[in-house]
Design a protein. Sequence first.
Length: 219
Amino acid sequence: MVGKYKNVVGENNVLTGYEDLKQYSTDAFGRWRGGHFTQENLVSAVVRPSNTNEVVELVRLSNEWRIPLIPFGAGTGVMGAISPSNGGIAVDLKRMCSVIDLDTISRSVTAEAGIILSNLDEALNEKGFLLGHDPYSFPIATIGGAISTNGVGYRASKYGSMGEQVLGMEVVLPTGEVLKTRAVPKTSVGPALQAMFIGSEGTFGIITQATVKIFKMPE
C-alpha cells in the first residue's frame, strides 16, 4: 500500500521511519505535557503532498483501502487532535505553502494551507498589511492548522479568532471531491458550509487553501 502512496507524492515524500512516525503522532500537548508513545499509537506512515490534486488522490486511495487519514499542519496544537487512535496515515501539508493571491483592495489573501503564519505575515507586511492572528506558535504554526483548530492568538480581542477571519476555503472532502466556498465577508442566505471545517480538526475534510481577512499595519 505504501508503494501506491509513493506513486502519488513521490518516494521521498512518504516517511515510514520510527522517529518520523513518532514526530507525526502527537502535537505539542503530547510532547510537552507528558505524552507517551507505543507502537500501537503511532501513525503507519506520513505522506507529504504538494498540491490539491495529490491530496485528492491520497483520499481516494485511502477510501479504497479504508485507511484513516490525519491532516497534519505543524503539530503545534495542544489538544491531542492529531494523535491516532488506530494507526492511519498522517498527511503533512507543509509542502503546500504558496501565497496564491493578495487583494489589497478587498483586504484579503489566499494561501495554501501549509504556509507558516509568520511567513505569510511577512509577505503581507511588505504591502503594509498583517494577519489578525498571532499565537505563541506564530513562527511555526500553519494557517490550515490554525483554521482547523479555530486558534485564538494574542490579537483575537481585536480581530477575532482564526475562524472569524476566514472568508472562503478549498477543502478535499472524504469522498475525494473538492469543495470551494466563495470568499465573501457576509452572506444573507444559505448554509455557511465553511463553518463545518473551522475548528473541526480535519474530521470533515482536508483544508488545502484558505482566503482570510488581512488588516492594515498600525501606524
